[in-house]
Design a binder for this molecule. Structure first.
Ligand code: AMP
Ligand code: GLY
Length: 452
């Protein structure tokens, strides 16, 4: 079937899903988003079915004769959307519910890593808060990380400088009703120090296609200050992962994880997303996710020259080894998340957003929507904010510094009441490139050979 006649369903409503829909549309597919947002409506059709309405999505795929479904967020994956599609004979990109446990259960992840001898933080697991407290009281007062075993919308991880903070985290996990399900198991982990990077690989369960490394910015405010968020910006490729380190990450982390899952009879098909800490002892896994990162996906898609559709097809059909390695634009990309007032707290919605067209008109800029909707009718003039992380303003450039300049020129065109963003996205990477240049080292970055 030619790309022109392909109908693809993208499940989700964030910036990641807009970037996937945008790229798939450029690859020639007819894209339907469920439920989508005001941005995805501009690259295809939106159907108002929620990402967790699995029977509704299966019916949509059947009724609209969808040829391939791509799932953005983790919740439907963990809830079994892939199993449901497969049971009704429909093609879908992503891991089964059991395989998605690599993200859905931190303990399952640790077991897979342990069996594959993959480097990660040392940990202990506790079935009751009291056992976790006893453990902390009995040992030296050192920094630890306390984690809920299950999915907790990114809020179940507490990096604790000392015992008192760790005890407080355990109290929060055991008392706050929002953690009731996720905190059935509690992990206490060694705190790792170093630089954090994101490395994703698309796999069919046997072969992996590694994507260029990125850096996310999880803290809300400049200088990595303030509360943890879903991610306030990303850039690609990051110079902290050179070709040699990437080969090491593949050989010691990604490939053994894929094999370990296969040996455990839980083969993983889809995107394996490794959150890594680059420690003095080498890269170690902080966590695995079972999907594309957000905002990492936005920064990746604008650099991908090859057809995403072909890569996803090859993963679904278990023939990744037969396709050419993807080609990437030279240069770099930067995504700046524009958030609404009070994020990461709860935000006021429905504020009109201005300047989207002027921003998108800047050469090399794509404005992906993370949480928007139309107030009345599908016109750019009626776009309003509909959540915290609202836009993912993305730009490419020959260098990281130029991509950053462009992204922020676009940000300056856009306004709504209460809009804000971090001003320092990509600065760590830009400083590192300068440092490498000053020390005359080879600034090659990433598996793409792209130079910053
Ligand atoms: P999340 O992506 O919401 O699960 O947040 C996890 C974040 O907690 C990571 O991005 C790290 O910044 C931090 N983190 C998790 N585990 C560790 C660890 N063992 N040592 C240090 N930081 C950690
Ligand atoms: N940006 C981190 C994540 O998607 O989990």
């Amino acid at each position: 079937m030619s790309a022109a006649s392909r109908r693809v369903l993208v499940v989700g409503s964030g910036g990641r899903e807009h970037a996937l829909a945008w790229k798939l549309a450029r690859d020639g597919a007819e894209v339907i988003s469920a439920p989508g947002n005001a941005g995805t409506a501009q690259v295809g059709e939106n159907v108002p079915i929620q990402a967790c309405d699995i029977p509704g999505l299966v019916a949509l795929a059947r009724d609209r004769d969808i040829d391939l479904t791509v799932v953005g967020p983790e919740a439907p994956l963990v809830a079994g959307i892939v199993d449901a599609f497969q049971a009704s004979g429909r093609r879908i990109f992503g891991p089964t519910a059991r395989a998605a446990q690599i993200e859905g259960s931190k303990l399952f992840c640790k077991q897979i890593l342990h069996r594959g001898d993959v480097p990660t933080a040392m940990f202990r697991e506790f079935r009751t808060p009291q056992r976790a407290r006893d453990f902390l009281e009995a040992r030296e007062d050192v920094p630890v990380v306390v984690k809920a075993d299950g999915l907790a919308a990114g809020k179940g991880v507490f990096v604790c400088p000392d015992r008192a903070a760790a005890l407080e985290a355990i109290a929060t996990l055991s008392e706050d009703p929002q953690f009731a399900a996720a905190a059935r198991g509690i992990l206490v982990e060694e705190r790792l120090d170093g630089r954090e990077v994101s490395v994703m690989a698309i796999t069919d369960g046997r072969t992996i296609v590694t994507l260029p490394a990125l850096q996310d910015h999880k803290a809300a405010y400049d200088g990595d200050q303030g509360p943890n968020t879903g991610g306030m910006g990303a850039y690609c490729p990051t110079p902290f992962v050179d070709a040699e380190l990437m080969a090491d990450i593949e050989a010691r982390i990604l490939v053994p994880t894929v094999h370990s899952m296969r040996r455990a009879k839980v083969p993983f098909q889809g995107v394996l997303f490794a959150g890594l800490m680059l420690t003095p002892q080498g890269p170690k896994v902080l966590e695995f996710n079972a999907r594309f990162g957000d905002p990492e996906c936005e920064a990746l898609m604008v650099l991908l020259d090859s057809s995403l559709l072909e890569i996803l097809d090859a993963s679904v059909d278990r023939r990744l080894e037969s396709i050419q390695p993807p080609s990437w634009k030279s240069g770099a990309s930067v995504t700046v998340v524009m958030a609404s007032e009070e994020y990461p707290g709860s935000v006021a919605k429905g504020r009109p957003i201005r300047g989207l067209d002027a921003a998108a008109a800047i050469d090399g800029v794509e404005v992906f929507h993370s949480a928007t909707r139309f107030a009345d009718g599908p016109s750019p003039r009626s776009v309003v904010n509909d959540g915290g992380r609202t836009l993912a303003v993305t730009a490419v450039g020959e260098t990281l510094a130029r991509a950053k300049l462009r992204a922020y020129s676009a940000v300056r065109e856009i306004r709504w009441s209460g809009a804000w963003c971090r001003k320092d996205i990509a600065d760590k990477g830009i400083d590192h490139v300068r440092m490498l240049a000053a020390s005359d080292a080879d600034p090659a970055a990433g598996p793409t050979g792209a130079r910053l």
